[in-house]
Write a protein that binds this ligand. Structure first.
Ligand code: PEP
Ligand code: CO
Length: 453
């Protein structure tokens, strides 16, 4: 293993990178990005790593979610507030029913780059570059819009900054205050079970307040963290900074970064880049992840076994998780490593609808999640988090859920730039179903019950 620095990745093969036609234009943008202020600060990154370390031990639960591909055009107050709101709603349900404090991590304020299966696609008889996310090129299916444009990196930085600034403002302004969870009702939402949870939360708060038990400010304070896939390496490198107080390099473009299932190849540039950062790192593991490769990746990324450093995000599909997850869990345990296991029940459950739209069925998503909890329990391990593609908006991209969306409903509000997301109602319903599993695990005889530990 050679000496690491923020550009040492350049000596390794980098998958999924666009070809920029004008290297001097690329360098000009990167030079500007390197001088701009960071989007997050090292203390926040360290705090998230500590919280994730607790989640790995079963003391907290990770909720990570947001768009598959954030788009610049969605950098609007309502869209951002809706996304924050749905994540807060889900976390209150998980905390209250599931009885575990929740760590909220958005796929937000920087989730602008997408890996693609094919570098090009056929559109109206013409071969054009695939859309690689707003960070790289435009969604519009024309050769001009699909040409990689380095100026988009600068736009991504400013859109991420605006998004995060608004989120911080909302939170500082009391948007997330547990005394006023009614602020998080989605406009069209009439979820009776959710209202009942809010009433219970309110009652418990009043009760605790009468006992004088509440730490001042504890409920007004809320942690919310950002994450995205570290895919476009020149951009990620430009947001990486040396922090003298910590004597470490941090990527200060987000609190947490993850490496995708397509780019987590041993010997590749993505792992080389990530290994030198102090940030918590997610590693996506799909059906192609061999147990011995995963262990190698973990040893490479985290040689000193820093608590909270690694979250393994598995995404196999409801039909394959039973065959594929247990060997990974056993291999990681045999290697003597502790990781936070997180379930992404979205990316292994894609199907194409009769009308050719990419979709996912609510029941497949739920089935993978339930099996994931169960399989970890059978292996003497524990599932410590969930990872969703979701939005607060009333889209029709995934089928099923209490509204019973069918394939015929999909074209009505199909707006994703990439993969299909759960809408606000489906997300909240999912949170209730997960919370019940968490609650049952905590009961006598359950996985998290004190007697069984
Ligand atoms: C994603 O999270 O949007 C993604 C592309 O996932 P994966 O790397 O697991 O395929
Ligand atoms: Co996706």
């Amino acid at each position: 293993m050679g000496v690491w620095n923020p550009h040492s990745w350049q000596a390794f093969p980098a998958l999924q990178q666009p070809e920029y036609p004008d290297p001097s234009a690329l360098e000009a943008v990167l030079a500007r990005l390197r001088r701009l202020p960071p989007l997050v600060v090292p203390d926040e990154v360290d705090r998230l790593r500590q919280l994730l370390a607790e989640a790995a031990l079963g003391k907290r639960f990770l909720l990570q979610g947001g768009d598959c591909a954030e788009q610049f055009r969605d950098c609007q107050p309502e869209t951002i507030a809706d996304k924050l709101r749905v994540l807060l709603q889900m976390s209150v349900v998980l905390t209250h029913i599931g009885r575990r404090p929740v760590i909220r991590v958005g796929r937000i304020a920087g989730q602008y780059a997408k890996p693609r299966s094919n570098p090009t696609e056929q559109v109206r008889g013409q071969e054009i570059p695939s859309y690689r996310g707003d960070l790289v090129n435009g969604l519009e299916a024309t050769p001009e819009s699909r040409r990689p444009d380095p100026e988009r990196m600068s736009q991504a930085y400013f859109h991420a900054a605006a998004t995060l600034n608004f989120i911080r403002g909302l939170i500082d302004g009391g948007f997330a205050d547990l005394h006023h969870p009614e602020r998080w009702e989605l406009p069209r939402q009439s979820h009776r079970a959710y209202r009942a949870v809010l009433d219970q939360v309110r009652e418990s708060l009043e009760f605790l307040a009468t006992l004088g038990n509440l730490e001042r400010g504890a409920l007004e304070r809320i942690d919310f963290f950002t994450s995205h896939e570290a895919l476009l390496l020149p951009f990620e490198e430009a947001l990486t900074r040396w922090v003298p107080e910590q004597q470490s390099h941090y990527n200060l473009g987000a609190h947490m970064l993850w490496v995708g299932d397509r780019t987590r190849v041993p010997g590749g540039a993505h792992l080389e880049f990530l290994r030198g950062l102090a940030n918590p790192i997610g590693v996506k593991a799909g059906p192609g992840a061999a147990p011995e490769d995963l262990v190698r990746i973990l040893e490479f990324l985290d040689p000193h076994q820093v608590p909270g450093r690694i979250t393994v995000v598995t995404r196999f599909g409801a039909g394959r998780i039973r065959e594929l997850l247990p060997p990974l869990v056993r291999a990681v345990r045999r290697a003597g490593r502790v990781v936070l296991w997180c379930c992404d029940p979205m990316h292994g459950n894609g199907v194409t609808s009769g009308r050719g739209l990419k979709t996912r069925r609510f029941d497949d998503i739920l089935s993978e999640l339930r099996q994931c909890f169960e399989l970890h329990r059978e292996e003497g391990s524990r599932l410590g988090g969930v990872h969703f593609e979701l939005t607060g908006e009333d889209v029709t991209e995934c089928t099923g859920g209490i509204e019973g969306l069918s394939e015929a409903d999909l074209p009505r509000a199909y707006e994703t730039g990439c993969d299909p997301r759960l809408n606000g109602t489906q997300s909240l319903e999912m949170a209730f179903l997960i919370a019940q599993v968490l609650r049952d695990e905590g009961r006598p005889g359950g996985l998290l019950a004190p007697a069984s530990r």
